[in-house]
Design a protein around this ligand. Structure first.
Ligand SMILES: *[C@@H]1O[C@H](CO)[C@@H](O)[C@H](O)[C@H]1NC(C)=O
Length: 312
């Protein structure tokens, strides 16, 4: 009996450590990166001053290219825009995922007045399958915003095991007392998590662990990337507190999140960057007119991506 129990507990320990290990499902980089994405060319659902271009237009205008092994995805920074908006790129992964460990290695992110860059995941029939905003901000924002958006019935506890600061706790897009579609947001407190500071640190990795018990986001600037990420054997138990913790369970069912595509986009002005223009410290009274008329203000409006890796 004793030895049987011992064997059973040994087996359970072995099984759980086997289950905890991730294996690499997808790895996109360099010239194989963009073929995993569709280009979104409809008008921006967030009402940005942007013209999203298709794959061949992006390539011929130099808005997408591979440079020194990194994938560059950028906005037009050479022409005064038409009244339709500044040309830019929004891509959606062909594959969709439910749960997993997502490691986005970026060298450079878009930054500056008028910009609204985002790296995020989203399910079909929004908001019924949820949205996870991993990297997002507007204008001269200082650090990253991490946010979930859901249907009604998902809230976050007031006390969470995270390094970041809770902004709002109701993830429902129509939550009373929150701005329309605000979701439940957490501000990253690491200075290198956004903008010029991120770029000057040589970038780093955004890691999202999406499991049955929660969604957790870590930012590691380049000099602080854990060795087990670099070696391809990521072990979340060694990383300490995440920057954002979104526990799932009775207050937010985990089936509110399913079949997520990965999206990378850069829009301008619109529902967020435009609506806060007056308090952003950016020049003039109109975000759209600034974005339209100042192409050279968008020299920093580009992504440089080393790789996206998905483990499950
Ligand atoms: C546009 O931005 C890129 C960086 O994305 C820069 O290398 C280039 O010089 C800029 N073009 C002009 C005309 O300023």
């Amino acid at each position: 009996m004793r030895s049987l129990l011992f064997t059973a507990s040994l087996l359970a320990t072995t099984l759980s450590s086997v289950q905890a290990a991730y294996s690499l499902k997808d790895s996109w980089s360099g010239s194989n990166f963009l073929s995993n994405f569709d280009f979104f060319t409809a008008s921006d659902p967030t009402h940005g001053f942007v013209q999203y271009v298709d794959a061949s237009t992006a390539s011929s205008l130099g808005l997408t290219k591979v440079q020194n092994g990194a994938v560059i995805i950028k906005a037009d920074n050479t022409t005064v825009s038409s009244s339709a908006g500044r040309k830019s790129v929004r891509i959606t992964s062909k594959k969709a995922y439910t749960k997993g460990l997502f490691i986005f290695d970026v060298n450079h992110v878009p930054f500056g007045c008028g910009t609204w860059p985002a790296m995020w995941t989203v399910g079909p029939d929004w908001p019924n399958n949820g949205e996870i905003d991993i990297f997002e901000g507007v204008n001269k924002q200082s650090t990253d915003s991490m946010t979930l958006h859901t249907k009604q019935g998902c809230t976050m506890p007031s006390s969470r095991n995270q390094k970041g600061t809770t902004v709002t706790s109701n993830c429902w897009v129509n939550a009373p007392g929150q701005s329309s579609n605000q979701g439940c947001g957490v501000t990253n407190n690491q200075a290198t998590s956004y903008g010029d500071n991120l770029n000057n640190a040589g970038g780093g990795v955004y890691v999202t662990q999406w499991g049955a018990d929660g969604i957790y986001i870590w930012w590691f600037q380049r000099s602080a990337i854990p060795a087990n990420i670099k070696s391809g054997a990521p072990d979340t138990s060694t990383w300490g507190k995440p920057d954002a913790a979104f526990p799932l369970g009775s207050s937010c069912p985990n089936d509110f999140f399913a079949n997520h595509n990965i999206v990378v986009d850069l829009t301008f002005c619109g529902d967020w960057a435009g609506s806060v223009w007056g308090s952003s410290g950016c020049p003039g009274s109109s975000c759209n007119s600034y974005v339209q008329n100042n192409p050279s203000a968008f020299n920093d409006a580009y992504w440089s991506i080393n790789s996206f890796k998905v483990y499950q």
